[in-house]
Structures are given as structure tokens and as C-alpha cells.
Design a protein around this ligand. Sequence first.
Ligand code: ACM
Ligand code: ZN
Length: 580
Amino acid sequence: MKRIFSLFAGFAALGLLLASCSTEPYAVVPQPESLQMTGGCCKVPAIIKVWSESEDLQAVALTWGETMAKTFAPGTDSTSHHHLRIVSDVVLPAVSLAETKEEALVCVGIDSTLAASRYELTVGKKGIEVKAGAPEGVFWGLQSLSQILLQEKANADGVRKVKGVSIADEPRFAHRGALLDCGRFFFSVDEVKTFIDMLAVNKMNILHWHLTEDQGWRIEIKKYPKLTEVGSFRKETSYGWASKIEEENVYDGVPYGPYFYTQDEAREVVAYAAARFITVVPEIEMPGHCQGAIAAYPWLSCDGKKVDVCCRWGVMKEGVVCLGKESTFKFYEDVLDEICDIFPSEYIHIGGDEAPRAHWEKCPKCQATMKQQGFTREAELQSYLNSRIEDYLAAKGRKIIGWDEILEGGVTPSATIMSWRGTKGGIAAAKQGNKVIMTPGSHCYLDYYQTHDPMTTGEMGAQRKHYLPLQRCFEFDPFDQLNEEESKCIVGLQGNLWCEYMPTFDHVQHMAFPRLSALAEVAWSTTRTDYDNFLDRMKKAMVPTYEYHGFVYAPYVFDGTETYQFPKEEFIRPESFRFK
Ligand code: ACM
Ligand code: ZN
């Protein structure tokens, strides 16, 4: 870091040194480990030039610049002085001081004494420095810097006066994620990239990409072309609240699809995320939520009957594959070969939720496998699938994550459990030493209602328990009921955006924000205090960030239309409901 500190000597010559500035603290979301105002301030022009000490860091700065220049709030354009520009041609390679000192205002560097994702951000009179243990930490530090810059108004020349501040910070959890359900509705590659930007500004690092569903198979698999030729298309889509009574469901009569990601597109998403230190964890559902796959290849099911790609929402007993046939296992192995080729993530999510076992009870093949394996419960069949798939993936150096149902027939110690039916599955898993990602509906299902108004939902139910206001997300305690040793098994948490009732990406954003920022704070920060403090920082730092990037967000808590009262009545199911 010597080079960087000595670089600061050059800044004085730039006339950046200003008289005193206020020391009112900056707001940052998630709350950093420490933030100290240090006095003085620094002039930051609209075009920010970054000096990086290596090509890796130059790439980080370029990515930062790409994101900051990419989206423009309504009414502005790329030449607006109010927009920050960190553009590629002003990012300087690591050349000599003499060449850089007249250009750079921000310098980024590695300090190998720091943990990889730990960063230290200093705004001093002579310039701005972000150093971290690895490029990842620099990226998170730059996200804090963006929030600070956006808290200062630019003058007519686009120049901001930024107050002296020193931040030291690192994440609480390794898994800070969000699930995007592209099975129910499909979102374009550009929209998925925007979702990644949304994660990045919140210092979240996992995109859990839900790619296969009863209602659509969304990823190209070259060995099984019908998965997308047949499985990515459905005849129509139900609207209004889903009913278990088929006659009560209403359909729009509008064909949907074919919609899927080619392997090249998925790789593009992976690379875009990787440049932002976000890992894409693909989810390939098995043995349930497979009706899209079964529509394409009916031999996957117990009775082999032809079914359509599902057009309504719910848990489908027709969407469960047969576990008495070797061909089913071969199918998943082949699919996972291609998935592992596209997605370099250490973890592959194999689903496992909501797989009714009714067909297995009657299927001679499933029953024969149970007998041969000495199983007495159908749940063990699912465990048999999980452990075979886990072994298969382990040979490729990959590990599995599954929904908490995979605990039911017993799991190997190496499986990671994603607890969604409350935290009880996660608690049980942690008590037996499995790694756990917490995502209970009560605090993490971002399709749930945000206010009393049913129009603020993306959720299929209409019940009081599906009310999840911002404050409850903020108050989530992932260690609840766990002792210190067990708490070490909690590797993180995530918000889930199930999209049955979110046909548009605007709606997804509206459901995600601001609640995803509360979950990001829980996942990142060890120093968060009370909700009022969080709301204050949200207004000062995160809302301007949403607006700067043009992200849609729910305004209720900011414009006073949310009262935090629990709904008195069950919501009335509208005759037809489709959020536009
Ligand atoms: C789930 O919500 N079915 C995991
Ligand atoms: Zn079967």
C-alpha cells in the first residue's frame, strides 16, 4: 500500500484540499462495521478517474463505472452533470506515479493483511482510497463510496464536495442471496442483469436462479432439446388467486413462450455476475416441480402419461418424476453435466421441495427400488435420489443445496439445507451439523404482502400470515434458538422472489425493494441497531441509490402509506388480479 499512500502526496497539487466541511455522518446501507467522520472534505468531479494497482483492480473499477453510468434516472441523460461517470478510458493502468497523479482521484489497492472481502474506505482531503484484502472487498467498498457520493448534491459543473470519512467493514455471512423465479414468468437476460445490479448495490453475493418449474423449463440442455422446445412453452396462464379446485381457476387464453435462456446467454449472465463478485447458483428441481420436464419427456414420470406444461400455480402431483427407473437418474446426471459446464458455482441447488409421493406409493418401479434398497418410507426414495446426485456432483467437485424437505428421509452431513418452511428445518439441520441457509417465509418471502393492500403483493395466498412488512425483514434473527456452536452452521440467508404473481420485471423490483435491502443488512452487518436508524439510513443512502439506477421500489414506508398495522380481516380474493 506504500505506493498508494505516496500517491496521495500528489493530490495536494490538484487543489482538492478544501476548508472544513460538516461532520454529519454519512448513511450507508448495510450498516458498516465502523464509520467515522474525519473532518475536511474533498472535491469530486462528475468524471471520476480511478488509479488501480493491477489489472484485476482495473477491471473492478471498470465494472463499477459501467454500473454507475449504465442507468439514468428519468429526465437525465448520460451527459448530466448530476450523473457520476467512471468511464473506462479514464481508468488508468498501474503505471508510474508521475503518470497517474494528475489524473486519478480514487485509488484502489490490495492490502494483504485484510480478509478478502474486508475493505477500508477513506475519503481524505487529498483523495479517496479503497483498499481490501482482495478485489471482491474493493468492489464492496466502491458500493459504499457510491452511496456516499449520491448523498452530496453536485454543483452546476457536476462537482461534489465529499466529507472526510473512514469506513472499515466486512460481511457477516458468506451467503447473502436472492432467489429469482424465472420458471413461472421469464425475465430477459437484460432484466436478470439488472437484478444482479440490484444485488450488487446491496453487497449481496448470490443469485439463486430458479430455472426449472412445472410451468416452464428455462435453460437450454443440448442433450434433451425438448426441454426447451416443449417445456418452455405453456398454452395459457391462470390469473386471479390460484385455487386447488380446478374449476375455480381462471385462464387468460394467451400462449406463453417459448421462453428460455440459451447456454450462451446463461454464461453471459454468469460472467456479468462474476464481474460483480456475485455467484450464480442454478436450481434444477428434482423430484417435484418437474412438470415442464415431464411434458417434454413423459417417460420421466411413474405412469409415463403425456401431460401439458402446467398453466396454473400450486403443488402438482403430476410434476413428480419416477425414482424407480435408472433413466430418471441418467437424465439428471446428463442435465447436471451441462449445468456444471455453464455454472462454475461450488454449489448446485437440487430443489427437493413440495414433491407429493402419491405416485411413488402406487408405482411398481418405485416400490421395487424401495424394496431393493430396504426402504420403508417413500421419503427415503427422495433421499436416495439426493445422495446419488450428491455423489455424482461431488465427483465434479460440486456440492448440493436442497430445500428443507430433503431432511425428511435423512441427509448426508455435506448437504446444505435451505430452510423455507419457517426456521425449524434449518434449526434441526444446524443441530445435526449441516450447513444452513435461512429463508423462512415469515421473514424472507418477498412475494408476500407489503401493506394491507392486496395490490402490494406478489403472493398466491391471501392470508394474514402472508403479511411481511419491511420492519419484519429487518428484525429477522437467523440465529434464533441456536447456541453459539450451532450458529456457526448458518452460512447465510436470502430473500425469495417467487413470481407466480409477478409477470413483469417492474413488479419483481417493486416486491424486492426496499425489503431486500433489509435482508441485505441482516446478512451483511454485525452493527445494525434499531429500525428507526435503518429507515433513516435507507432514506439517505439507499432510496437515492434506487432512484439513481432507476430501480422500481415500493414507496409505502417512505411516503407514509404503510401503517405497520396487522390486517384486521383476511384479504378478500379479487375476482381477477393481475398486477400491471
Ligand atoms: C418453496 O417455496 N416451495 C421452496
Ligand atoms: Zn415410479
